[in-house]
Design a protein around this ligand. Structure first.
Ligand SMILES: [Zn+2]
Length: 273
């Protein structure tokens, strides 16, 4: 084989390998984009209109984005019924829609890539009391994961709590809460600090809030946020997407931190209605 023929063969082989690798790598990306552009089934939209209170405040562009993300979410995640719960389209679409509200400002198409399953219990899920043995935190019942979060690739939710809280804009929303933890784990260390762009400012907001709780001062945030910075992030996320004006009034610095993190300004949604 002469040199020219050898070079041509190497070139063609190289191009073929690049094409094959490209196709494998790009296939999920293309699939995501086509799902993002696909219309949502009419039945799904009716469920969202019925169950996701924030939907009626969303601008048209955000509704289209949310519909696309719901398509991606439902194609990638599996739902599992636990404890006799009913897992139907009603709860699946509601969870998907509320979870994807947190992604509305993000430019990338990834949809909680390390999450695989959502486990649905009938009411609200209460984690078994953990025990500390040596340096390890363990759970009494080996069949149950530690809590509603996500390090194992699962999120645990209660059907009734999901439907009740998603239908209201009260400041409490278990789906916003658990998926904030999921983002915290995926984009940071799961401790609320990196996710909130770390920073002294975030910790200063947390400490101010803890002081309010200790004094018994009224606060728009649930006092459970005082547990630790990760819970503070999850509780703040609930308020950020459901009662943003109240959050911005009482915790303006925290609101700005969350606005930068989520790349979105939910106060504007509520102003336009
Ligand atoms: Zn939590």
């Amino acid at each position: 084989m002469n040199d020219k023929l050898l070079m041509t063969s190497v070139f063609i082989g190289g191009v073929m390998i690049i094409n094959i690798v490209g196709a494998i790598v790009l296939r999920p990306v293309r699939r995501c984009w086509s799902l993002m552009d696909a219309p949502m089934p009419v039945g799904y939209q009716q469920i969202i209109e019925r169950n996701l209170a924030v939907w009626k405040y969303l601008p048209e562009k955000q509704r289209r984005l949310l519909a696309g993300r719901v398509n991606v979410f439902l194609s990638e995640k599996t739902f599992e019924a636990c404890g006799g719960a009913t897992v139907d389209e009603e709860v699946k679409v509601t969870v998907a829609a509320a979870a994807c509200v947190l992604l509305l400002g993000r430019r990338n198409i990834w949809c909680y890539p390390s999450l695989r399953n959502i486990l649905i219990y009938p009411e609200s899920y209460v984690a078994p009391e953990p025990q500390v043995i040596g340096d390890h935190l363990v759970v009494e019942d080996d069949d149950d994961p530690l809590d509603g979060s996500c390090e194992s690739g699962n999120i645990i939710l209660g059907r009734r709590q999901v439907l009740d809280e998603c239908r209201n804009v009260s400041g409490s929303n278990v789906v916003f809460h658990e998926f904030a933890h999921q983002l915290d784990v995926e984009t940071g260390l799961g401790n609320g600090r990196f996710a909130a762009l770390s920073s002294r400012k975030y910790m200063s907001c947390y400490q101010t809030f803890c002081r309010n709780v200790r004094r018994g001062d009224p606060d728009v945030l649930d006092e459970y946020g005082a547990e630790d910075p990760a819970e503070f992030f999850a509780v703040s996320t609930e308020a950020f997407f459901s009662i943003p004006a109240e959050l911005r009034t009482q915790h303006p610095d925290l609101y700005q931190i969350l606005k930068r993190y989520y790349h979105i300004d939910p106060v504007t949604w509520f102003l336009t209605v």
